[in-house]
Design a protein around this ligand. Structure first.
Ligand SMILES: Cc1ncc(COP(=O)(O)O)c(C=O)c1O
Length: 268
């Protein structure tokens, strides 16, 4: 098996690849031409799996799922999508980005977590009956770990009900994401290419990111500094995560403090 993995995929995917002992082929972030070149180079491999985050955890930008589906079809590969940061948010009932784009049947392995928008813990994998049977019988981390406790499973069931029925939360979340991102980028901050509820504010060096995060904390704004190796060298950042219950006023006030701190520590 050869695994083709986006360079900015989450660490858990990288660990999974290592644990699988499959051949690890990394392509440049969201660079479909690079992936095509690599798929061509390894085209003789009998089994190929492309794996990607749907929404990238440190940048908040989206995978190019349509292009990935086209490439998987062209090269006879399978496609696995990690919907950790898109489950609950995209799709008619929060099914994820693949569903939002109508590509659900083209994705061979869907996975996601219940720890982000669902607000609980645990994770899921969906795929063919054969795949699920194979995982249940062969996936060592699953077989040799204690199952989720009933209280957590009950919490997940309730969260699923809310996610499926409360469409307003999804709409509001995307609305606040747009507002907050534009408040920051209009102030001159670098916020990357995304449009999701993960909003990075790239500052560059580690020390500035730490000072920024501490100054925010003093103003009652919780946003952690993310540094290498979680992100590439020289791209330390503050990562904001938005919620459907943030009010416009809270975000406008937060943007004011962020701007003030940005000036004070020389990011702006
Ligand atoms: C893309 C992605 N996949 C998987 C995970 C792991 O999720 P959990 O913390 O629920 O194990 C994360 C967590 O940050 C993530 O961002």
């Amino acid at each position: 098996m050869s695994l083709f993995s986006d360079r900015l995929n989450h660490a858990s995917i990288v660990d999974g690849v290592v644990l699988s002992r499959a051949e690890h082929v990394r392509y440049r972030h969201n660079d479909m031409e690079h992936l095509r070149t690599l798929l061509k180079k390894y085209r003789d491999r009998r089994r190929k799996l492309i794996v990607t985050d749907a929404v990238f955890s440190m940048d908040g930008d989206k995978a190019h799922l349509r292009e990935l589906v086209a490439l998987k079809q062209e090269f006879g590969a399978m496609l696995m999508v990690d919907e950790a940061h898109s489950g609950g948010i995209y799709g008619r009932c929060g099914e994820g980005l693949s569903y939002d784009l109508g590509l659900q049947d083209q994705v061979d392995i869907h996975m996601g977590t219940f720890s982000k928008s669902f607000g609980v813990y645990g994770a899921y994998i969906c795929g063919s009956r054969t795949l699920i049977r194979w995982l249940v019988n062969h996936a060592r981390p699953l077989i040799y770990s204690t199952a989720l406790p009933p209280s957590i499973v009950t919490g997940i069931s309730k969260a699923l009900e809310l996610v499926i029925s409360d469409h307003w939360r999804r709409e509001r979340l995307l609305e606040v994401s747009r507002l907050f991102r534009s408040l920051l980028s209009d102030s001159g901050f670098i916020t990357g290419d995304g449009d999701s509820p993960i909003v990075p504010l790239i500052v560059g060096d580690n020390e500035t990111a730490m000072r920024f995060s501490l100054a925010l904390e003093e103003q009652g704004i919780a946003a952690v500094a993310i540094r290498p190796p979680s992100v590439p060298d020289g791209t330390a950042r503050i990562r904001f995560s938005l919620s459907a219950v943030h009010s416009d006023k809270e975000l406008i006030d937060a943007a004011y403090y962020i701007r003030t701190i940005g000036h004070q520590i020389g990011v702006l």
